[in-house]
Ligand binder design. Structure first.
Ligand code: KG4
Ligand code: ZN
Length: 338
């Protein structure tokens, strides 16, 4: 089975061709064109500008993905596309292109929830698939969610952020420190040279019994600190302290979820999963527990937005009967499933 995946939910224009065999999902091509450099100039994504760039690059990106896979259109069994959540202008570029291709090429079309897609980066090129039941932690620019997966089509939303997402917190703190967008990688690079215990930053909701998160207080604490102690402040130390505070909360709640639901598999996904401190410390926290919990984290290039994860998710979903019925849904959430 071979699927062409298309992803345009935010500032990336991405297409990928993946193949599923009996025991693995393999990437044949994975092309991502990003307008991130343009966004960096303005400190964030400008929706109208992102969509305009995507219109220009959508077809060349799909052509590049098919050509790099060394297959032809005839070899492709189905098309998968992100239909939400995301920026409406951006989503429309991908969805309308996918619908048109599905009709012209006479292929089934599989609509994929972008958030669910992030988790499926864990099914790609692994020696073994993640095991159900498992706890999924999604940490991206717009989301911080904990999910209990019983099976591919059966999962339960356990909790999430009440305000800013973890990636958003990285981005906002980076902005306060005068670092470029996206802030996560910029903070991580600086943090590697700093002391994570230099500043006693809050770990919001770390002891709350629920599985929710809150990160806006951390950003405010950083803003206040910058006003108070600007003179003697070492930016690398502050970056390391911010990274440690975010990682501590994510790890504590993920482990609590795994213990509460007695699962022996954790999967992490989303742009913030590219953070090596988070991954190393989560693995180390797991190592201190009974030895049964397995951790899966995608390779760094599959953590941030890409179309390979969308095709991967589609292997485990059903196509729609009529591709024309698919509508972009900017507010789609993980709650839409149960
Ligand atoms: O999943 P993603 O590419 O896009 C969304 O769907 O939101 O996530 C982007 C987020 C940004 O907030 C970015 O700052 C963060 O992921 N990010 C990181 C790292 N790489 C990307 N955060 C921390 N450490 C990183 N290495
Ligand atoms: Zn994403």
């Amino acid at each position: 089975m071979i699927i062409l995946g298309i992803e345009t939910s935010c500032d990336e224009t991405a297409a990928a061709v993946l193949q599923k065999t009996a025991d693995r999902v393999k990437i044949l091509s994975n092309v991502v064109a990003s307008s991130a450099k343009l966004q960096a100039k303005y400190g964030g994504v400008i929706p109208e500008q992102a969509a305009r760039e995507q219109i220009k690059s959508m077809i060349p990106v799909i052509e590049a993905a098919i050509s790099e896979s060394q297959l032809t259109i005839n070899d492709i069994d189905a098309i998968a596309v992100t239909y939400g959540p995301g920026l409406i202008g951006s989503l429309l570029v991908g969805v309308e292109t996918a619908k048109t291709l599905a009709i012209v090429w006479d292929k089934p079309l599989i609509p994929v929830n972008h958030l669910l897609g992030h988790f499926y980066a864990n099914w790609i090129s692994q020696s073994h698939y993640p095991k159900f039941p498992c706890i999924g932690l999604l940490v991206s620019g717009g989301h911080t969610d904990l999910v209990l997966f019983q099976d591919h089509s059966k999962y339960k939303y356990l909790g999430g952020t009440r305000d800013d997402a973890a990636g958003e917190c990285f981005d906002k703190c980076a902005r306060l420190l005068g670092l470029p967008y996206p802030g996560g990688p910029a903070i991580a690079t600086l943090a590697s040279k700093g002391n994570p215990n230099a500043f006693d930053l809050p770990r919001p909701m770390i002891h709350s019994k629920d599985l929710d998160f809150s990160f806006s207080g951390l950003k405010t604490a950083v803003a206040n600190l910058l006003k108070e102690v600007k003179a003697e402040l070492t930016v690398a130390d502050l970056a390391a302290s911010i990274e440690a505070a975010i990682a501590d909360v994510l790890i504590a709640k993920t482990i609590r979820a795994a213990q509460t639901f007695k699962v022996d598999q954790i999967i992490v996904a989303g742009g913030v999963a590219a953070n090596q401190k988070l991954v190393t410390e989560l693995q180390s926290a797991i190592n201190h527990l009974p030895p049964t919990i397995r951790l899966s984290v995608p390779p760094v290039n599959l953590c941030t937005d890409n179309a390979a994860m969308i095709a991967s998710a589609a292997f485990f979903q059903k196509p729609v009967k009529n591709p024309l019925n698919i509508q972009a849904d900017p507010n789609l959430s993980l709650l839409n499933y149960s």
